[in-house]
Design a protein around this ligand. Sequence first.
Ligand code: FES
Length: 84
Amino acid sequence: MLARWLAEYEMYVCICQAVTEKQVRRAVERGVRDYAGLQNTLGVGSVCGRCRECACQALDEAVESRDAGDDACAAGSLPASALT
Ligand code: FES
């Protein structure tokens, strides 16, 4: 049940522009590799700027996942700490 909920749950990384982690992952799949690219493609950080750290973390994770060739957000690959 928890794994299913986590698989469907979508985290917002930028509230002002309503940008989610999923959109960040899609941007990475399309070639975005840095924060400036996220700003240009999704508008992340273009209003209040408070999302920069969260957006950069989501970007780094998406790039690492993409480069590693696996999906770190798949329900089966959650860290044990996320299930406690
Ligand atoms: S939360 Fe991203 S610009 Fe405000």
